[in-house]
Design a protein around this ligand. Structure first.
Ligand SMILES: [Zn+2]
Length: 259
């Protein structure tokens, strides 16, 4: 591995750890379950949280590296999450996706247990204005490549998918997008739930929501510290990512582990 490759490898590991802790702080923690991955498309390698630890505990050394075309290794690699095939199959199906999140956030699970669908209730919801949030009726654990492929098909071009009775899958252009979408989804559903208790919903009109999304977010490649061009794309996503990095460092404590 060249020095640049080492630097890139370390950066992805740190980004996975930051993402895990960021979503843990936003309602995605479920004991040791839930996972975040980043896809290094140039090398065909997936960086993914290992099992056995909670999202809020992950450090850069807790990240596994897996070639996404090697389906068999998903079931033989020690400490690989059972449901990692969701990640690999989405990366195979979507060349615009380079970060995937799966976990079991309670508000999204509550919505998936009903006939309700996400409404444009606030600025968080506009993250999903273009394609909405579809749902899949497979209530099982997603442990095989065939099941992972069905999840990827149900996701289609969307940013998020409800797995009914189970959890969510989030797909992002990069890890900033996947974390932001994860945070937005749970917040938007929470707001929608409370709003619907107060009275009939008055959502943001669809065309306004789509326009607002375009003005709020501009998708560009997330630069790693190994990239030559370190210029910011100037979106709020950079600012949010810096916040998540600061907040995870602020909460850092050293706790002895048994696993
Ligand atoms: Zn799951």
């Amino acid at each position: 591995m060249t020095e640049i490759e080492k630097l890139r490898d370390r950066t992805y590991r740190h980004q996975v750890a930051t993402a895990c802790r960021a979503i843990a702080a936003s309602g995605y923690g479920d004991v040791t379950m839930g996972h975040v991955s980043i896809f290094d498309r140039d090398r065909g390698l997936m960086y993914i949280k290992r099992k056995g630890l909670g999202l809020d505990e992950i450090e850069w050394t807790d990240v596994l590296v897996h070639p996404i075309e090697d389906d068999d290794a998903l079931h033989t690699t020690p400490m690989m999450h059972f449901e990692a095939s969701m990640h690999t199959e989405v990366y195979k199906a979507r060349d615009d996706v380079n970060s995937v999140i799966h976990s079991h956030p309670p508000y999204a699970i509550a919505m998936g247990a009903t006939e309700a669908s996400l409404q444009m209730v606030n600025h968080d919801a506009v993250m999903f204005a273009e394609h909405g949030v579809p749902a899949i009726d497979d209530h099982d654990l997603i442990t095989t490549s065939e099941q992972g492929a069905r999840v990827a098909k149900a996701l289609g071009p969307a940013r998020a998918l409800l797995l009914r009775g189970h959890g969510v899958l989030i797909a992002g252009e990069d890890v900033r997008w996947s974390v932001r979408a994860a945070v937005c989804l749970e917040r938007a559903i929470k707001v929608q739930m409370y709003a619907s208790m107060l009275g009939p919903l008055r959502p943001i009109p669809a065309d306004v929501a789509k326009d607002f999304f375009k003005r709020k977010y501009t998708a560009k490649k997330f630069l790693t510290i190994a990239d030559e061009d370190k210029s910011s794309d100037g979106t709020s996503l950079d600012e949010f990512w810096d916040y998540w990095e600061r907040s995870t460092r602020r909460n850092d404590t050293v706790v002895p582990r048994q696993v």
